[in-house]
Design a protein around this ligand. Sequence first.
Ligand code: SF4
Length: 481
Amino acid sequence: MTCAGDIDATMRCCTLCPRRCRADRVSGPLGVCRAGSVVKVFRWGPHFGEEPPISGSRGSGTVFFSHCPLGCIYCQNHPWTAGGLGDEVGVAGLAGILRDLAAKGCHNWNLVTPEPWMPQIREAVAEVRGSGVSLPVVCNTSAYANVETMSEYRELCDIALVDLRYSGAACAAEASHAPDYPVFARRFVRWCRDTLGPLRIGPDGIATGGTVVRILVLPGHAEEAVESLRYLRNACGRDITVSIMSQYTPAHAALSRPGWDRTITEEEFARVTDEAARLGLDEGWTQPWASAVGNDVFLGANMQPGEGTVAAGVEAGVSLGSNLGNRAENIRKALDALAATPGVRLVAVSDFYETEPVDVPPEFADARFVNAAAVFSVSIPLEEWSRRCHEVEDALGRVRTGYHHPRPIDVDLLWFGEETRDEPHLHLPHPQISTRRFVCEPLAQIRPGLRLPGLGATVRELLAALPEKPAVTPLREGDTP
Ligand code: SF4
C-alpha cells in the first residue's frame, strides 16, 4: 500500500506517464496534464454504455478523473480532461465514491484516465478493500502509459479497457501532440495481453479480468485503425478481444480542424471491419456504423459534474404500429412518451407508412396499419427499456385481447445495441426485421446501412430481398390518419 509520503514524493517529481515531465505537482509549475496533487473527479456513476460484459445489467461503476496526459484535439470529455473541471475529492473522498458505486450494485470500478492519479487511487482502493468491499478494477485508458508505472500499480488493472488510436507518429502528433504514442501504446497493449491475459467472463456474463482493445475509427484515418488491427493480430494473436468503434463525433478543437470536423463515413468504417474479418479478429464487438450519426449523448459538454448515471446511450430501434383510432396520432403520442423517459433521447423517426395487415383473422382483414420505425439513444438497462415500451402501450389503451387483434399501438423492440436475446417475450434483434416489409421499409429509410448481429446483411439489403406484397405505402397528406 502507498503511504502519504510515497504520494508526496511522486507528486513532487511526476514521471507517471510517458510525458515524464518531472513536474512538482505540489508547488508547481504543473506538468503537461495540469494535474495538481489532490485527486480530482468530475463525475461518477453507473455507466450503461460500455461493452456488454463491462456494463452488465447494473452498470459499470465509472469514475471520470479530471486531467489527462494525452490531450486529444477531439476529446469528448475535454471540459474536465483538458479544461480541468471537477472537484478535489482527495483520497478519502475517492474512497467514498468507490464505496458508493459498490453499494449501487455496479459490477466493477471503472477508472477513466487514471494515469495522473495512480498513487491516490491505490490508497483509496486499499482503504475500501480493507473494509471488506471490493470490485474488479477496470483500467480505462488511452494506452499512453508507462508499462513501468502500470506494473507498479498492477492491482489497479484487473481488466484493461484500452484504446489503440494511432499507428503512425504523424497522426499521433497531429491529433494528440504525442508522436511517441504508437511506441508506448503498443508496448502497453502487449503488456496487458501478457500480464492480464485474454478477456475472461464469468457465468453471469460479467467480465472478471483480461484485456479489451478499443479501435476508434478516425475520420480520414481508417488506415491507422487497419494498421493497429494488423499489429494486434501479430502481437497478441487471434483471441485478443477487440471493440471496433464508429462513434467518433467531432468535439473540442476538432470542431474547427478541417478533416477532423466530421463523423466517419460508412466506407471508412467498412474498411476497418472488413480488415478485422480478414485477420480473423472476431472476438469482441463492432458498433453499428449508424452510431457515427447524431451520437452526441456521450459528449462531455452534455454531462453534469457530480454523481449520476452516465448518459452514454446504447442505440435502440423500435417498430411502431397502430390500426385502431387515430393511428398516426397514436404513434406520435407513443414516440413522445418514449422520448420523455429519463435517460432516453429520440434520435431518428421514419416517415409513416400505411400497410396491409399481415397474418390477421379474416374479420380484421380491413383494419390497415400505420407503421413507423424510430431510433433512440437509451442509457437505461434493457429490461427497464422493455418495461417502458409496455407501459407506453398500456397508457395508450392497448388491451391484450387476442393475437393480432386491432390495437391502438404496438411498440416492438427491434434491437438494443449489440444485445442478442432469444427469450419467450424478447427476441433481439427482432426476427421480423428480415421478414416483414412493414418493419424493414421504414427502418431502411433511417438506418439503411445498419448491419445487426445475426442478420448477415444491411437493412437495405434485407429490404431488397423482401417481396413487394403485402404492400407498404407512404402515408400521404390527406390520407385517413
Ligand atoms: S501525469 Fe501529468 S505531470 Fe505526470 S508525467 Fe504525466 S503529464 Fe506530466
